[in-house]
Design a protein around this ligand. Structure first.
Ligand SMILES: Nc1nc2c(ncn2[C@@H]2O[C@H](COP(=O)(O)OP(=O)(O)OP(=O)(O)O)[C@@H](O)[C@H]2O)c(=O)[nH]1
Ligand SMILES: [Mg+2]
Length: 341
């Protein structure tokens, strides 16, 4: 791995230097403002110091070797298997892989589909399970910055929406060379604006705050100057009807090109189902799962795709911006299931 320090006038200039020298696979390890030492430093503008790294062999997204099946088709298939095998699984006394998947926390029908015909987790069984999980989740669908301009982030309180917006903004600027603008529709929490503004300052991008969709529309002329506008929203409890309705109105008139529903991998199974049901109004969206570092059990990810039928895009696995963001990867889930076998 190659690691290098860059000093520039602002963060954007530093990113350009990183990209020019290290290419678009570089990641920022660390950044902070520095002032020249001594009396002279007092009268000079501070600079930005950025430490960046790049792998010697660049990472490339593995090609999906299995074609993604339509989720509704899968659900029908599961239902057929479920009726045929229901009694067998629970009555034969032997712990099948299906019951292990159930114990892990995966929904009954989905456990049956994934575990069907696998008697033990030997090398062949593991390979089959890995392929099925990969086929079920499909290839990750990240933000398409070539097509999508207005991108909205929604989800329950405290799951990591704002942090994820900052991570994605940073990725778009650094790895894709895009011009990004941040908008927050979170006027609910007092510190919300300061939080996203501080990320905007570090990234060198503008941050606008809107309290409703009319204010959002007034910003439209500004959007022309940017490739991507990332819109952060206030977290709202799915039980709070009034605030969910506000979001519905915003979504209806904001005409966003992509919507991401952020969910935490630590969400309790009974809450997950309810949350997904409540966000049904969002129509087509992509799932982001946060806080993978806070649990070893990723059943909520499989269950969320199963309940919602929506594709998965990113995982986040820590608080560090921008590092702790990755493309959703089915192998992480598979590994956590077979751990100990
Ligand atoms: N461990 C861990 N913490 C995270 C991750 N993503 C975000 N956090 C932390 O979760 C907390 C909440 O993050 P925010 O980004 O403010 O969450 P939010 O969804 O915007 O919150 P609200 O706007 O209040 O709904 C912060 O302490 C983040 O640092 C993650 O992937 N892993
Ligand atoms: Mg937030």
């Amino acid at each position: 791995m190659k690691i290098k320090k860059y000093i520039a006038n602002d963060f954007q200039e530093a990113l350009k230097m990183v990209k020019a020298e290290m290419g678009s696979n570089a990641v920022i390890l660390h950044q902070h403002r520095v002032k020249e030492k001594g009396l002279r430093g007092l009268f000079k503008k501070s600079k930005v110091e950025v430490v960046a790294a790049v792998e010697d062999t660049p990472y490339s997204v593995p090609k999906d070797i299995i074609t993604k099946k339509d989720i509704n088709e899968l659900k029908n298939l599961i239902k057929t298997i479920a009726t045929e095998k229901n009694t067998q699984i629970f009555e034969n006394g032997v712990k099948s892989i299906t019951s292990k998947l159930l114990e892990y926390g995966i929904e009954k029908e989905l456990s049956q589909l994934l575990g069907e015909g696998i008697d033990e987790l030997d090398e062949v069984g593991k390979e089959l399970l890995k392929k099925r999980i990969k086929a079920f989740l499909g290839a990750p669908q990240p933000l398409d910055s070539g097509k999508s301009k207005k991108v909205l982030f929604i989800g329950p309180t405290g799951v990591g929406k704002t942090t994820t917006v900052a991570k994605i903004a940073s990725h778009l600027i650094l790895n894709e060379g895009k011009k990004v603008m941040l908008v927050t529709a979170d006027v609910f929490r007092i510190a919300a604006y300061e939080q996203i503004k501080s990320y905007g300052d570090i990234l060198g991008v503008p941050v606008r705050v809107v309290s409703n969709v009319f204010e959002f529309h007034k910003l439209q002329p500004e959007f022309k100057n940017y490739d991507v506008v990332l819109i952060d929203t206030a977290g709202r409890s799915h039980k709070d009807e009034k605030r969910v309705n506000e979001l519905k109105t915003f979504m209806k008139y904001a005409e966003c090109d992509e919507i991401y529903l952020c969910l935490s991998a630590t969400t309790r199974p009974q809450d997950l189902k309810e949350v997904i049901k409540k966000y049904d109004f969002a129509g087509n969206y992509k799932l982001i799962f946060t806080k993978l570092d806070e649990t070893d059990n990723y059943s909520s990810i499989l269950n969320a795709v199963y309940y919602s039928g929506q594709p998965i895009s990113y995982f986040t696995n820590g608080q560090i911006v921008p590092d702790d963001l990755m493309l959703a990867d089915s192998e992480i889930i598979f590994s956590s299931i077979v751990k100990g076998y």
